[in-house]
Write a protein that binds this ligand. Structure first.
Ligand code: GUN
Ligand code: ZN
Length: 495
């Protein structure tokens, strides 16, 4: 059991949790966003991150501090919290990202962990190897072994109260990601970042990002706090949280501001191309795009960074509220409509519906059928699995079309796309209370037909009659031949 991470609420594989950070003497509510503070270029001061944005945790880079004489002396003398003027939790990275960018760094895991401890880091990072996507399997394996050695070194190091990250690598090989997750989980380290996903996100490969995270999560236990390293675009927070990510770090708010880019939950805009701001944060309320363009370069960058932070923190709050309300997948689905690459990400997420189903709560607010993707949600998968365990004997009439036609046939079973059949007694239980559009789509009918097939296959002694409201051929083709399937008006009643 990990006693520093407690899960308070959940939806899909996402959760609201509490991460206790003993060295800082604070607890951090997750999902949490860690603004990246570059100690050389402070865009928004940590004091303001704390007071105006309610940041409970930030991340900075111990390697940058260690390799700069002035910063190193100051950090060693007064400690990170005083140097940055921040009372919350401080995570530090190790230089691994510099290693990936520049090919070489001159520090070992032991040295950088000692340094992080000396400067007062609350959550430290060993020197992992961020293996990029699509490399040869040999290279991915070789570098994963180096990362795993770094985790062993970190376990052996004297780290006191400081928490330590156990990064999960493995490039784009799901089995390596899963193994890396399992190895990391077996250590006594504390927080589990999924690494080297930045190149995937920069290339809009959200589907590959989903597969990498889903694989890592299979190896990690459900109780492990998971960080998505370098993921700072608010467009993908809901998707990543639904997979079970708890921590995000954003350099994007500052980097994008530097070249005039304005973040929204639907993507990135350029300040030069905006006539109106679709936001009412403090910055967007005070300035029009034209006025912001006319401010001085440095002030403009600062104001843009503030807006970028506002939308990012607002999205984290929206995601948490969606978890509370049991509406996280509805939010993911909404975000998936922002960009075709996000839709690919959502479809990849649904490829893992069975895995997600294991964490998804059995009952929640209301299931909204919003697109053909909704037919593949974990709740539908769960209902189909449940059909095998339900009793159905003799001659069973499966009737679509709501209560009226059910009454006509005195039917004890109803059929509702996309779930398929269920005993009427379950009508008022989640997810069968779903709001489904009148204009049902083909995906919903096909999934309902699969539900019928599942029921029929698991009840070979039972005779089934299906009275449907005119299903498309592609759906009827999935109904087993042993079932008498007729449009509603043509099915004879029992008496
Ligand atoms: N920052 C972004 N990606 C990574 C990663 O894979 N490892 C480390 N240590 N830092 C990162
Ligand atoms: Zn704004």
């Amino acid at each position: 059991m990990r006693d520093h991470f407690e899960i308070r609420d959940g939806d899909v594989a996402g959760r609201i949790g509490e991460l206790t950070v003993p060295r800082a003497g604070v607890t951090v509510e997750t999902p949490a966003l860690l603004p990246v503070v570059n100690p050389n270029i402070v865009t928004v001061s940590p004091a303001r991150l704390e007071s105006e944005f309610d940041a409970e945790i930030l991340i900075t880079n111990s390697y940058i501090i260690k390799t700069n004489d002035h910063l190193r002396e100051e950090a060693l003398e007064v400690g990170l919290h005083e140097m940055l003027d921040f009372d919350g939790a401080i995570m530090t990275d190790s230089g691994s990202f510099q290693l990936a960018e520049y090919g070489d760094i001159d520090v070992t895991t032991n040295q950088i962990l000692q340094f992080q401890r000396d400067i007062g880091t609350d959550i430290a990072t060993p020197v992992d190897i961020p293996t990029p996507p699509d490399v040869s399997r040999e290279r991915a394996e070789r570098e994963l072994e180096v990362t795993e050695q770094a985790l062993r070194d970190a376990e052996d190091a004297e780290t006191g109260e400081m928490l330590v990250n156990a990064p999960v690598q493995g490039s784009t090989y799901p089995d390596l990601r899963e193994r890396a997750g399992r190895t990391a989980d077996a250590t006594d380290l504390d927080v589990f970042p999924v690494g080297a996903v930045v190149p995937l996100m920069n290339a809009y490969r959200y589907d590959d990002m989903v597969d990498a995270v889903a694989a890592a999560k299979r190896g990690l236990g459900a109780d492990a706090p998971v960080h998505l390293f370098g993921a700072g675009h608010p467009m993908m927070f809901a998707l990543a949280v639904a997979l079970g990510c708890d921590l995000f770090d954003s350099a994007a708010y500052a980097l994008y501001a530097r070249d005039g880019r304005y973040l929204t939950v639907h993507g990135t805009e350029h300040l030069d191309e905006l006539d109106y701001f679709p936001c009412s944060c403090a910055v967007c309320s005070e300035y029009s795009p034209k006025e912001l363009r006319e401010t001085e370069g440095e002030e403009r960058e600062q104001l843009l960074a503030e807006h970028n932070l506002h939308v990012s923190f607002a999205e984290i709050r929206r995601v948490k509220q969606a978890i509370r309300a049991g509406e996280l997948l509805e939010l993911v689905e909404e975000r998936a409509r922002s960009h075709p690459a996000m839709l690919d990400g959502y479809r990849a997420l649904l490829d893992h519906a069975e895995q997600l189903e294991r964490e998804d709560p059995a009952s929640k607010g209301s299931f909204f059928y919003l697109s053909s993707e909704s037919a593949r949600r974990p709740e539908v998968v769960r209902h189909h699995e449940r059909l095998e365990r339900l009793e159905a004997e003799g001659r069973v009439l499966l009737t679509e079309g709501g209560k009226a036609s059910g009454d006509r046939f005195d039917a004890s079973w109803r059929v509702v796309p996309p779930f398929g059949p269920f005993p009427r007694a379950l009508s008022e239980t989640y997810p069968l209370t779903a709001e489904v559009p009148e204009r049902t789509d083909r995906a919903a009918y096909e999934m309902a037909a699969e539900g019928v097939a599942r029921l029929v296959e698991s009840h070979p002694e039972t005779e089934f009659v299906l009275a449907h409201d005119g299903w498309p051929e592609t759906a009827l083709a999935r109904v087993p031949d042993s079932v008498t399937a007729e449009p509603l008006g043509r099915v004879p009643s029992d008496d």
